[in-house]
Design a binder for this molecule. Structure first.
Ligand SMILES: NC(=O)c1ccc[n+]([C@@H]2O[C@H](COP(=O)([O-])OP(=O)(O)OC[C@H]3O[C@@H](n4cnc5c(N)ncnc54)[C@H](O)[C@@H]3O)[C@@H](O)[C@H]2O)c1
Ligand SMILES: N[C@H](CO)Cc1c[nH]c[nH+]1
Ligand SMILES: [Zn+2]
Length: 433
């Protein structure tokens, strides 16, 4: 963990290094991912078998083993302990309610020159939904992917999730039943993204691939954009907590570790204006780590990518937050509203002392699949619109063409595109006859 003070002479340089801290695809990861994509494109299912054996340490017993049946998902759902089933349903209901509100309306109007204009939103036919499964299983990410896809009206929902060592997570299956997914394939990493994008003999290709994952998954989505649509690049998790001294140090420590435990490459940063509070949080991280049944990943992440920044005044925080453009930002301060307004680049903001980021990971409602690596400068969290596309339409009658056609003819001739001009002017002359 690094400690920085904004008043130190070397702060600007040290902060620039934190901003540039690349926890995603370095050159090695990019090259490996490009090779994996090429191999899956060339060898399809055979490549998937090789990579699954190598990275997930699992070889299926037979053809049927690659895919998890709907019956298995239904059985897993009915076998859930009542509290867990209730929790899953609460999450699903809240996610569905939030995302239903994102459905776009059809636009259809006639302007004052008589031209009818509009746009129709339609779902893609098939969506590939990546559900991480390397270090932990992510039933919550299954809901976050599948529910907006269903709300959008996508016909075919295809999950890809790794099952390391052959271990299948029952809650992932139960979530798949609840969200009514169509296919679940036991593949992960860059090879899964490549299979969804290009298709193999076994797996039909999809139109859009969404969802979070580690550096290899995120880089594969980035490289395959264009072959398929993607939501955005959602890689190793990040949290920025802006906190004043009136918080409980252990609460803030736990918040920082909540994202650190996702990945040794996750990034957790605290900005505070109080030296004593900064010391207490640093100590509390140690205390909280000791409470965790598994702490290896959180420990490594906090050691390598944890940062505590002391500022003279919290007024400095929004500019630092905008430079970081973090996936998650917590505002644990007395007056969070002005900060919410001032922070322009963040995937999701958690307002006040009682809004720990982890609640957004599971049950708040907004999507937890969010841009990382400073991409909140230009990208947003997964939404219903990521599963839809818009077709515009234009209708003109003779009078409408007469009203706007001459301007188009002038522009076409100015571009030297005379066939364009004539396709309009011939009709205008015809109208004149
Ligand atoms: N940004 C978001 O919205 C968001 C949401 C949830 C989770 N996450 C992130 O998802 C990630 C989950 O990571 P995970 O690893 O547990 O699961 P994962 O499913 O993303 O990755 C596991 C796969 O990575 C591949 N892999 C691992 N090491 C490799 C190597 N050396 N070379 C090539 N491929 C390799 C393997 O194919 C393996 O199946 C974490 O980084 C977490 O922070 C992000
Ligand atoms: N914090 C993750 C997004 O970075 C989402 C998640 C799922 N489960 C727990 N957390
Ligand atoms: Zn999380």
């Amino acid at each position: 963990m690094k400690r920085l003070k904004s008043s130190d002479p070397g702060f600007a340089k040290a902060f620039a290094r934190i901003v540039a801290d690349r926890r995603e695809a370095d050159d090695d990861v990019s090259r490996d991912v490009a090779n994996i994509i090429d191999r899956v494109k060339a060898d399809g299912d055979a490549a998937l078998a090789d990579y699954t054996a190598r990275f997930d340490k699992w070889t299926p017993a037979g053809e049927d083993d690659w895919r998890i049946s709907k019956d298995a998902c239904e059985a897993a759902f009915h076998a859930l302990a009542p509290e867990l089933r209730q929790a899953l349903e609460t999450a699903a209901d809240r996610i569905a309610a939030y995302h239903r509100d994102q459905l776009p309306a059809r636009r259809d109007y006639r302007d004052d020159q008589g031209v009818r204009l509009g746009a129709i939103w339609r779902p893609v036919d098939a969506a590939g939904l990546y559900v991480p499964g390397g270090r932990a299983a992510y039933p919550s990410s299954l809901l976050m992917n599948a529910i907006p896809a269903r709300v959008a009206g996508v016909e075919r929902l295809v999950i890809a999730t790794p099952t390391p060592g052959g271990q299948i997570n029952d809650l992932v299956l139960a979530a798949a039943h609840l969200a009514e997914v169509d296919e679940i394939w036991r593949i992960g990493g860059a090879q899964a993204i490549a299979a969804l994008a290009h298709g193999t003999k076994r797996i039909a290709p999809v139109d859009v691939v969404t969802g979070p994952g580690n550096a290899w998954v995120a880089e594969a989505k980035r490289q395959l954009y264009g072959t398929v649509g993607i939501d955005m690049v959602a890689g190793p998790s990040e949290i920025l907590v802006i906190a004043d001294k009136d918080n409980r140090a252990r609460h803030i420590a736990a918040d920082l570790l909540s994202q650190a435990e996702h990945d040794p490459m996750a990034q957790s940063i605290l900005i505070t204006d109080d030296n004593d509070f900064a010391d207490r949080v640093a100590d509390a991280v140690g205390v909280e780590l000791a409470q965790l049944p598994t702490r290896r990943v959180a420990e490594a992440s906090w050691r390598d990518h944890g940062v505590i920044i002391e500022v003279a005044s919290l007024d400095e925080a929004p500019a630092l937050a905008n430079a970081l453009a973090a996936e998650h930002v917590e505002l644990a301060v007395a007056d969070p509203e002005p900060m919410l307004e001032a922070i322009r680049h963040a995937g999701s903001v958690f307002i006040g002392r009682h809004a720990p980021e982890a609640v957004g990971d599971y049950v708040a409602g907004p999507n937890h699949v969010l841009p990382t690596g400073r991409r909140a400068r230009f990208a947003s969290g997964l939404s219903v619109l990521d599963f839809m596309k818009r077709t515009s339409f234009i209708e003109l009658d003779e009078a409408a063409l007469a009203a706007i056609g001459p301007a188009a003819v002038a522009l076409a001739e100015a571009e030297g595109l005379y066939a364009h001009a004539r396709s309009i002017s011939l009709r205008l002359q015809g109208n004149a006859k």
